[in-house]
Design a protein around this ligand. Structure first.
Ligand SMILES: Nc1ncnc2c1ncn2[C@@H]1O[C@H](COP(=O)(O)OP(=O)(O)O)[C@@H](O)[C@H]1O
Ligand SMILES: Cc1ncc(COP(=O)(O)OP(=O)(O)O)c(N)n1
Length: 276
């Protein structure tokens, strides 16, 4: 039986982040990828130049259509674009039994802005994220900018990541996974998982590459794939960290600025022999 994972996310025309990164990660982690598209962005390594949001009822319809017919083993969010879309997603997830303490685990990646600083949801989106999605999250996976947006806390070191995880846990998610990519002075990249009682530090090397576009999406979607395959949250978090460390280690230049992390490292060596 093939497990399936659903991404509720925006399209990145550059193929580095967004639903493209999620589907690529699902594929290389051995799960069937399902998609509810929330927005189409006009994006390359220079920035997000334009976007068109999908009507909320169409976003909800995609979630319910695949859940009812194909089944969802785990779900994640990425770019959610607006407060209206977030409300529609929350209601559709309830109908599809997706969420904290429900049948289908739910990873909420609170994607607030692109790495170029372009907002990926509006002010109503922030309020809706806090009210509607954080309490429904099995795992919340913020980067340090998103920590500041959600809690007002500025994190400059590992101890403060623990404090931030406690503050975020109080907002309702079952687990919080604070990502450490932005602590560029730290020689390691140590993400923190917190369940309300215990901390698990997820250690990994920090690679010196400038090409990290899509790292956050890749970490959250590998975690989601692990959950879809039946792993516990701590096990899936370790799997996600292992996956993204390798993805960053194998990242590549493309375009004028920050290139994508790679999911290719998990693919089998090529077997086709021309003329063979
Ligand atoms: N230079 C790096 N070397 C190794 N791992 C990294 C590096 N940058 C980010 N990561 C990892 O990629 C994931 C995403 O990190 P982060 O940059 O904090 O999030 P986002 O991409 O959402 O801004 C985390 O698991 C983090 O540890
Ligand atoms: C359409 C779309 N969705 C999400 C992002 C942000 O991607 P993420 O992996 O969280 O962040 P970076 O690692 O690229 O900073 C995006 N840019 N576009």
């Amino acid at each position: 039986m093939v497990a399936s994972a659903l991404t509720i996310a925006g399209s990145d025309s550059g193929g580095a982040a967004g639903l493209q990164a999620d589907l690529r990660t699902f594929l290389t982690c051995g799960v069937h990828g399902l998609v509810a598209v929330t927005a189409v962005t006009v994006q390359n390594t220079l920035g997000v130049h334009d976007r068109s949001d999908i009507p909320p009822h169409v976003v909800a319809g995609q979630i319910e259509a695949v859940a009812a017919d194909m089944g969802v083993n785990a779900a994640k969010t990425g770019m959610l674009a607006s407060g209206e879309i977030i409300k529609a997603v929350a209601e559709a997830c309830d109908r599809a039994d997706i969420g904290r303490d429900r049948a289908v685990p739910f990873v909420v990646d609170p994607v607030a802005a692109s790495m170029h600083g372009h907002p990926l949801f509006d002010d109503a989106g922030l309020a809706a994220l806090r009210e509607e999605l954080l309490p429904r999250a099995t795992v919340l996976t913020p980067n340090l900018d998103e920590v500041r947006l959600l809690t007002g806390l500025t994190v400059t070191g590992r101890a403060e990541m623990h404090e931030a995880a406690v503050a975020l846990h109080a907002l309702g998610p079952r687990y919080v996974l604070v990502k450490s990519g932005h602590l560029t002075e730290d020689p390691e990249c140590v993400d923190v998982l917190y369940d309300g009682t215990d901390f698990v530090d997820l250690h990994g090397p920090r690679f010196a590459t400038p090409h990290t576009h899509g790292a956050g999406d890749s970490m959250a979607s590998a975690l989601t794939a692990g959950l879809a395959r039946g792993m516990s949250v701590p096990e899936a978090a370790r799997f996600g960290k292992w996956f993204v460390s390798n993805a960053v280690a194998n990242s590549y230049p493309m375009g004028a600025k920050v290139g994508p992390v790679s999911a290719f490292w998990r693919l089998a060596p090529e077997e086709f022999t021309p003329g063979g």
